[in-house]
Write a protein that binds this ligand. Structure first.
Ligand SMILES: *[C@@H]1O[C@H](CO)[C@@H](O)[C@H](O)[C@H]1NC(C)=O
Ligand SMILES: *[C@@H]1O[C@H](CO)[C@@H](O)[C@H](O)[C@H]1NC(C)=O
Ligand SMILES: *[C@@H]1O[C@H](CO)[C@@H](O)[C@H](O)[C@H]1NC(C)=O
Ligand SMILES: *[C@@H]1O[C@H](CO)[C@@H](O)[C@H](O)[C@H]1NC(C)=O
Ligand SMILES: *[C@@H]1O[C@H](CO)[C@@H](O)[C@H](O)[C@H]1NC(C)=O
Ligand SMILES: *[C@@H]1O[C@H](CO)[C@@H](O)[C@H](O)[C@H]1NC(C)=O
Ligand SMILES: *[C@@H]1O[C@H](CO)[C@@H](O)[C@H](O)[C@H]1NC(C)=O
Ligand SMILES: *[C@@H]1O[C@H](CO)[C@@H](O)[C@H](O)[C@H]1NC(C)=O
Length: 558
C-alpha cells in the first residue's frame, strides 16, 4: 500500500469498465480525471480451494460464489443487521470467511472481488449501530467503482439496537470494538493479492455512524491499514455518546409526565427554530446553516393564557425539557457530551419518542458497562458516564486524538456530519476536530471535516437541503443498485469517496458539492438545488444575488 503511482498514464477509466459490467445507467463515467489501472480478469477460479492454502488455521472459507453481471447477492433476511441485498452487480467473486478470534469468539467477513473490472484498489465498508452482520449493500456500492470490497460482521449476529449479545462477552465486545475490523482487513488484503496476482495499490475505508467510529478507530490504532478514510457522523465517543443517549431519553420521560413532549410537538419546535434561526445565516431558505449564531429562545413556544391549543404550544415543563435536549451535558460538573443541534428536531422521535430511552444507550450500560440485564434507565445516574469512560468495554471509543502516525503514513481522512442529526450530536464531530487539531500538528493538511446544513443522520433531509454526495451508505438510501451520484457519476466534486481517492493519490484537496432533488430521495424527480460543502471551520456563504439553488452563488468562507 501507499505506493507512488509512478506512471499515471491512463490505461482506461475504470468507470467505462463498470458501465460495461452491468452498472446502472447514467453518464457512466465520462470523467477523464478518474484514471486508473484496470486489471484484467483473475486467472484463478472463484472457489474455496483457491484460498485454502493461504489462510491461517484460525480462518476458513464458509462460502464462495461466482456472481454473474446483473445479479443480486447477499444473505437477505438471514443477515438481520443488513438484510438488503445489492442488485444489478458487476461480475464478481463473492467470498465469506469465518475467523476465530479467541477461545470464545469468532467473526465473519464478506469479500467482493470484481472479476473483470477491478480498479486496483481495496475498499472496506463499515457497519451501523450495534448491528452484527456483513454489509453486503455497501460492498455492492463499492464494486460499482471497481473496488475489491469487504465488510465484517464485527463478530456477532444482531440488529442495530440489540446489545444482548454483549453480556458477559468480552471477546465479542473486543471484536466489535476493533479486532474483527483489523483482522478482516489484513486477511482480505492478502486474498486480494492472491486473486489478482498483485496487491491493491491503495486501501480505502467508508462508513457512517458506527461506521465512522470504525474508520477513526482504524486510523488511530492501525494507521497502516488505510490510505484514505471516509468517516460520516462518527459514533467515536462511545462511552460518552451511549450513556448520554440514556440521559437524553430520560429528559423526556416518563411518557405520561408533565415534562414529556409528545412527538407531535417536535415539528412545532422545529418550526419555531426555523423562524428564529434560519435567516441569521444570510438567507431565509428553511435551512439553519449557522445555528451557532442563534440564541434560540424556546420560551416563545410557551402556551399563553386563555384558550390554549396544546398541539401548537408547550408548557413550562416541556420548554425545560427542550432546553435540556439542546444543552451540553456536564455529568458531575465536567463536560460529557454536546447537546443535539437546533434543526435536529425532525429526528428527535428516534431518541426521544419512546416509553424508554433508546436501547442504543440503555443496552450499552446494561450489557457492556454494568453487565447487568436487570438494570434499567430509571437507575441511571451521572457517574455512569465516567464509569463507562474508565472501562471503555471492548476499547470501542476512538478518542486517541493524536493522529500523527496516520499522518506520517500519508493517510487522509474526510469526515462529515449532518447539522440536523438527531442521533449523534453534530457538536461531537467539531469537538473531535478541535481535540485532534490540538493534539496533532497540521491536522487540516490530512483531515477535513465537512458539516452538512440540513442533513440528518448520515443521509436525508426534512428541509430540502442538499444532502447527497455519495457519502458512506448514501447510495443504499436511494436504491439497491445506485452508483455514485446519479446524474453526476464519476465526478469527485459530487462524490466524497472519489474526492478522497483523488486527495490520496493526486494530492488534490477535496472540494465537494451536495445535491438534493425535487423529491429529496428520488434523483429521477430532477435536481432541486446544489451547494458547496465547506471544510470546517469554513462554511458556505450565499453571494446575496445569484440563484440560491445554484452552486455558483455560494463560496466557502470562514
Ligand atoms: C490531479 O489534480 C489536478 C489538479 O486538480 C488535475 O488537473 C489532474 O487532472 C488530476 N489528475 C488525476 C489523475 O486525477
Ligand atoms: C489484458 O488482456 C488482454 C487480452 O488477453 C491483453 O492483450 C492485455 O495485455 C492484458 N492487459 C493487462 C494489463 O494484463
Ligand atoms: C443470524 O440470526 C438469524 C436469525 O436468528 C439466523 O437466521 C441467521 O442464520 C444467523 N446468521 C448467522 C451467520 O449465524
Ligand atoms: C465460525 O467458526 C467458529 C469456530 O469454528 C464456529 O464456532 C462458528 O459457529 C462459526 N460461525 C459461523 C457463522 O458458522
Ligand atoms: C391547534 O394547532 C394545530 C397545530 O398547529 C392545528 O392543526 C389545529 O387546527 C389547532 N386547533 C385549533 C382548535 O385551533
Ligand atoms: C426499573 O428498575 C426499577 C428499580 O429497580 C424498578 O422499580 C422498575 O420496575 C424497573 N422497570 C422496568 C420497566 O423494568
Ligand atoms: C450510579 O450507578 C452505579 C451503577 O449502578 C452505582 O455503582 C453507583 O453507586 C451510582 N452512583 C450514585 C452516586 O448513585
Ligand atoms: C485502545 O484503542 C486506542 C486507539 O483508540 C489505542 O491507542 C490503544 O492502544 C487501545 N488499547 C488497547 C488496550 O488495545
Amino acid at each position: 500500500m501507499k505506493k507512488n503511482m509512478a506512471n499515471l498514464a491512463a490505461i482506461a477509466t475504470i468507470l467505462s469498465g463498470v458501465a460495461r459490467a452491468g452498472g446502472p445507467g447514467g453518464k457512466g463515467g465520462g470523467n477523464g480525471r478518474w484514471h486508473s489501472h484496470v486489471k484484467n480478469a483473475s486467472k484463478l477460479s472463484c472457489e474455496a480451494a483457491t484460498f485454502a492454502d493461504m489462510l491461517p488455521g484460525s480462518a476458513s472459507i464458509e462460502k464462495t460464489a461466482l456472481v454473474e453481471s446483473g445479479s443480486e447477492y447477499g444473505e437477505g433476511a438471514a443477515d438481520i443487521g443488513f438484510p438488503t441485498n445489492p442488485t444489478n452487480l458487476p461480475g464478481l467473486c463473492a467470498i465469506t470467511v469465518n475467523v476465530t478470534s479467541s477461545e470464545t469468539s469468532s467473526y465473519r467477513f464478506g469479500l467482493f472481488l470484481p472479476t473483470d473490472s477491478w480498479n486496483s484498489r481495496f475498499l472496506t465498508v463499515g457497519n451501523s449501530g450495534f448491528a452484527g452482520g456483513i454489509n453486503w449493500l455497501d460492498m455492492g456500492s463499492g464494486v460499482r467503482y471497481g473496488f475489491a470490497s469487504m465488510s465484517t460482521d464485527t463478530g456477532h449476529n444482531s440488529t442495530a439496537g440489540d446489545l444482548t449479545w454483549a453480556v458477559n462477552s468480552p471477546g465479542q465486545r473486543t471484536d466489535f470494538g476493533w479486532r474483527a475490523m483489523h483482522g478482516s482487513v489484513m486477511l482480505a488484503k492478502e486474498m486480494v493479492e492472491l486473486y489478482y496476482g498483485t496487491c491493491a495499490e491503495y486501501a480505502y475505508y467508508a462508513g457512517c455512524s458506527t461506521g465512522g467510529r470504525q474508520g477513526l478507530k482504524e486510523a488511530e490504532m492501525f494507521p497502516d491499514d488505510f490510505d484514505g478514510v471516509l468517516a460520516g457522523a462518527p459514533a467515536w465517543w462511545t462511552s460518552h455518546l451511549q450513556t448520554w443517549t440514556t440521559k437524553l431519553g430520560a429528559y423526556n420521560l416518563p411518557a405520561g409526565a408533565e415534562n414529556h413532549i409528545p412527538t407531535e410537538l417536535f415539528d412545532v419546535i422545529e418550526a419555531e427554530a426555523i423562524k428564529q434561526c434560519d435567516s441569521l445565516d444570510g438567507l431565509q431558505d428553511g435551512i439553519i446553516s449557522s445555528p451557532e449564531l442563534c440564541d434560540f429562545d424556546t420560551s416563545a413556544l410557551l402556551c399563553g393564557s386563555g384558550d390554549i391549543n396544546t398541539s401548537s404550544c408547550l408548557t413550562e415543563a416541556q420548554v425545560e425539557t427542550a432546553n435540556n435536549v439542546y444543552a451540553d451535558y456536564y455529568p458531575e460538573g465536567e463536560f460529557g457530551f454536546p447537546g443535539l443541534s437546533i434543526s435536529s428536531e425532525w429526528e428527535w422521535h428516534v431518541l426521544l419518542g419512546g416509553d424508554t430511552p433508546s436501547s442504543l444507550g440503555d443496552g450499552y450500560t446494561q450489557y457492556m458497562v454494568l453487565n447487568d440485564p436487570s438494570w434499567n434507565w430509571t437507575q441511571y445516574n451521572d457517574s455512569i458516564l465516567w464509569i463507562a469512560d474508565e472501562m471503555d468495554p471492548g476499547n470501542m471509543t476512538a478518542d486517541k486524538y493524536d493522529l500523527s502516525e496516520f499522518k506520517a503514513t500519508g493517510g487522509k481522512a474526510l469526515l462529515y456530519h449532518g447539522m440536523s442529526d438527531g442521533y449523534i450530536s453534530t457538536g461531537s464531530s467539531t469537538y473531535f476536530y478541535e481535540q485532534a487539531s490540538a493534539a496533532t500538528e497540521g491536522l487540516s493538511d490530512f483531515l477535513k471535516l465537512f458539516l452538512v446544513p440540513g442533513m440528518g443522520h448520515c443521509a436525508s433531509t426534512a428541509t430540502d437541503a442538499p444532502w447527497y454526495f455519495a457519502g458512506a451508505g448514501q447510495t443504499g438510501r436511494l436504491g439497491t443498485d445506485v452508483f455514485s451520484t446519479p446524474g453526476f457519476e464519476a465526478d469527485p466534486m459530487y462524490d466524497a469517496l472519489m474526492a478522497l481517492v483523488e486527495w490520496v493519490e493526486n494530492g488534490s484537496e477535496p472540494e465537494l458539492i451536495a445535491t438534493t432533488w425535487e423529491e429529496s430521495m428520488d434523483p429521477s424527480s430532477g435536481v432541486l438545488r446544489q451547494r458547496p460543502l465547506c471544510a470546517y471551520p469554513q462554511k458556505a456563504i450565499y453571494d446575496g444575488k445569484g440563484d440560491v439553488d445554484s452552486v455558483d452563488s455560494w463560496s466557502c468562507q470562514e
